[in-house]
Design a binder for this molecule. Structure first.
Ligand code: FAD
Length: 508
């Protein structure tokens, strides 16, 4: 063979650089379902099904075009072992691969090629609008990185939402308009998301997952994720027409039993590379220019895709491999076992964890301010937090999951991703959802058996880290309130906090 082109499960992009100049007479595509990818974290059934089905569909589409595809189903070992076996039995002049999305996989495949004495050419991932080199240039010479400045640079460079050299509508950021809760009436009718009925390939995958991975978290009893580009595009367009107009307003709001709300649910299509971020951004901008959506909604959405998504990737590659080891707050608690079942009395957490296990999905505020906030305040070891998020979400790939989890939500990087910890009491959840209405815990109470665990743990968190945050400009006010607490109250908080950590919900 001239080229063996490695295509990983999150590289299902016909336009990828590694496929440029592919000659079916000389080259072959190499794909593998390696057991290690399903088990290095305890991968949920939904996530397994999405990746396996999308990979099989991509391979089938290439075969339909007459391309040779060396595809291994359910290899018992790792990607590197599988590649080494192929290289030992096939003469290959060079291996080609688009830059992987995970440092661990990149290292392993580089080592496998080196050991086999076959040159490996890694090609730039054109899926992203900011290359790793461009991000490094942005970061060079800056004492502190901030998403907002990166985002403005991206808007200018890619001419997104710009009128001449000015931001469209006059402002760079309309976030202040994007923080509404639903109020007591709730969301009312929400246009339902596009769900795709499983075809024959997906049905086979679902049966495989139910049989081979029955012990893995969650279930695939319901499965509707896109596994082909056409399906992902259908979901994108329905979102732009039906839900984007209200996306901004309700971006942070939650409602019990409503997992989908006004979000786009395109992260899985984007992260598997079925969709290109440029087409997503262009569709949102076009809808605003046509007068179909308000600027605050279009800008708020575009900021997530052009700003946050590209920014976290930049941070990941700038910081790895050391990033994985960070633990600024010295958190050492184990992940509570109920994160794998949702069996917990707090309604917000039960709802978020159960829908996560059922669908492999939760929206940003559920991830940040329900599960993430709880784990931060509980003091869970960031590596265990990372392993949970990487396991359960269908859109989880390490380059995007890790900075969001370890950095933004757990503050384990000491403020690189978020300028201060996202620490809050149960009152935040009360304001943004209806969960607290029927919950037995009271968000305004911090001690005793009725205290909302968030509220108790919030005060306990501030007490634990009082000295660290005393001089922090954005935490000063919160820390000042803690300084006012008398010792008996502190003791009551500590007592209730350890009861909560032990799952003794009724203990004072
Ligand atoms: P929408 O709310 O409709 O947003 C549109 C798109 O913007 C998303 O599809 C996504 O591509 C992008 N986006 C929005 N916020 C972010 C962000 N903070 N970082 C990167 N991209 C963003 N996103 C993942 O894609 N994979 C993950 O594994 C992941 N893990 C997360 C873990 C934690 C603790 C937190 C707080 C956030 C995480 N996110 C992750 C970011 C975000 O929560 C998801 O992208 C979003 O919920 C996906 O749902 P959606 O497509 O409906 O997004």
């Amino acid at each position: 063979l001239r080229h063996l082109v490695v295509v990983l499960g999150d590289q299902l992009d016909r336009q990828a650089a590694a496929l440029d100049g592919f000659d079916p007479a000389l080259d072959a595509v190499w794909m593998c379902e390696a057991a290690e990818e399903a088990t290095h974290v305890w991968c949920s059934q939904q996530r397994l099904a999405v990746f396996l089905s999308a990979m099989r569909h991509f391979a089938q589409a290439l075969r339909d075009e007459g391309w040779p595809v060396n595809y291994t189903e359910q290899h018992p070992g790792s990607l590197a072992e599988a590649l080494a076996q192929t290289l030992a039995t096939t003469r290959v002049q060079a291996v080609l691969m688009t830059e992987p999305g995970e440092w661990r996989v990149q290292q392993a495949l580089q080592a496998a090629c080196a050991a086999a004495g076959v040159p490996l050419r890694e090609l730039q991932d054109r899926h992203f609008l900011c290359s790793r080199a461009e991000f490094a240039a942005h970061a060079r010479g800056r004492k502190q990185l901030r998403m907002e400045y990166f985002y403005r640079e991206m808007r200018r460079r890619h001419r997104v939402l710009m009128d001449g050299d000015q931001p469209a509508g006059g402002e760079w950021n309309y976030d202040a308009e994007n923080r509404e809760g639903f109020g007591p009436q709730g969301p009312g009718f929400v246009p339902p998301p596009v769900r795709t009925a499983p075809d024959a390939i997906t049905q086979q995958v679902l049966a495989l997952v139910q049989e081979r991975y029955a012990m893995h978290p969650g279930s695939v009893a319901e499965f509707g994720w896109p596994v082909k580009r056409a399906e992902a595009l259908r979901g994108l367009h329905a979102f732009i027409e039906e839900r984007l107009p209200d996306f901004g307003r309700w971006q942070d709001a939650m409602w019990e039993g409503q997992p989908w709300l006004y979000h786009s649910h395109i992260s899985v299509g984007l992260n598997l590379k079925l969709l290109h971020p440029r087409e997503v951004i262009e569709a949102a901008e076009a809808a605003w220019r046509a007068g179909r959506v308000p600027i605050a909604a279009a800008e708020g959405f575009i900021r997530q895709v052009l700003g946050w998504r590209e920014y976290v990737r930049g941070i990941y590659w700038q910081q790895m491999p050391g990033y994985l080891e960070l633990n600024e707050l010295g958190a050492t608690q184990d992940l509570p076992a109920w994160f794998w079942t949702g069996d917990v009395p707090m309604r917000c957490l039960r709802d978020a964890v159960q829908q996560t296990l059922q669908h492999g999905y939760a929206h940003h505020i559920q991830r940040l301010m329900v599960t993430g906030l709880y784990l931060l305040l509980h003091g869970v070891d960031p590596k265990q937090v990372h392993a949970w998020y990487l396991s359960v979400y269908v859109d989880a790939v390490e380059w995007v999951e890790l900075p969001n989890t370890l950095g933004m939500s757990q503050y384990a990087d000491g403020g690189l991703m978020a300028s201060k910890p996202y620490a809050a009491t149960g009152k935040y959840i009360e304001r943004m959802s209806d969960h607290c209405r029927g919950c037995r815990f009271k968000p305004a109470v911090r001690t005793g058996p009725q205290a909302c665990p968030y509220t108790t743990l919030y005060w306990d968190f501030l007490m634990q880290h009082e000295a660290r945050f005393a001089g922090h400009p954005r935490m000063a006010l919160q820390v000042k309130n803690v300084a006012r607490l008398a010792e008996p109250e502190r003791e009551a908080i500590r007592r209730r906090a350890s009861a909560v950590r032990a799952g003794q919900w009724d203990a004072a």
